[in-house]
Ligand binder design. Structure first.
Ligand SMILES: CC(C)(COP(=O)(O)OP(=O)(O)OC[C@H]1O[C@@H](n2cnc3c(N)ncnc32)[C@H](O)[C@@H]1OP(=O)(O)O)[C@@H](O)C(=O)NCCC(=O)NCCS
Length: 176
């Protein structure tokens, strides 16, 4: 995965009805540790990382690259939305395209926050880099993620086996 390319970063914070999307800051570190160490969050992502390792290795400001959005609710981080260029994607249909990822803390699931935040990030992208399709890879067994992908307008390109399970590759066309 590589940076997005020629975008101005960070953008002004993006406000939605209930959330704010902004670049990561040092004050988000504890929430990043919680997110990356959560077994629940990583059921379909190959397992969590040990908390002690994260405490040791995460930089002061975690994930500060263009396309990395912290999602904030009432002043606290509840999730992370990632837009990256999938240069090394194992499927040719996705290689070089922009790739969407999302992780939310379990206490924030089931309220539509992920859908609201991802829609806002995709809206920002459509302005910042117009005309680009976006891909998304998720385990097909990850029902919440599959529902979210459909809500956001991704449609199936293919399914493939990787990392010991079936993966779903979706695409969202720029002129939808
Ligand atoms: C994938 C993930 C982000 C989905 O989160 P989520 O909270 O289920 O997703 P949504 O924001 O779409 O919210 C879903 C539910 O909120 C409810 N909801 C939607 N809008 C709402 C609103 N405005 N007010 C209240 N509730 C609402 C609905 O019940 C909806 O369920 P539905 O999908 O059956 O319609 C979350 O499960 C997660 O972080 N998983 C771990 C990381 C992961 O697996 N990522 C995928 C790999 S990239």
């Amino acid at each position: 995965m590589e940076d997005l390319g020629p975008v101005s970063w960070p953008p002004a914070p993006i406000s939605t009805e209930r959330l704010v999307l902004r670049a990561p800051e040092a004050r988000d570190r504890a929430a990043f540790v919680e997110l990356l160490a959560s077994p629940e969050v990583h059921v379909y992502l190959g397992g969590p990382r040990p908390e002690e390792e994260l405490e040791r290795e995460l930089p002061g400001t975690p994930e500060p690259w263009p396309g990395s959005f912290v999602v904030e609710l009432d002043g606290s981080m509840i999730g992370h939305v990632l837009l990256r260029r999938a240069t090394g994607h194992r499927r040719p249909a996705a290689t070089g395209k922009l790739d969407l990822g999302y992780l939310f803390l379990p206490r924030a699931w089931g309220a539509g926050y992920a859908a609201e935040a991802c829609a806002a990030a995709l809206g920002w992208l459509a302005e910042a880099l117009p005309g680009e399709p976006v891909v998304l890879t998720t385990q097909s067994a990850n029902a919440a993620s599959m529902r979210l992908a459909a809500k956001l307008g991704f449609t199936e390109v293919e399914r493939f086996e990787a990392w010991g399970s079936e993966q779903w590759l979706g695409l969202r066309s720029p002129d939808r």
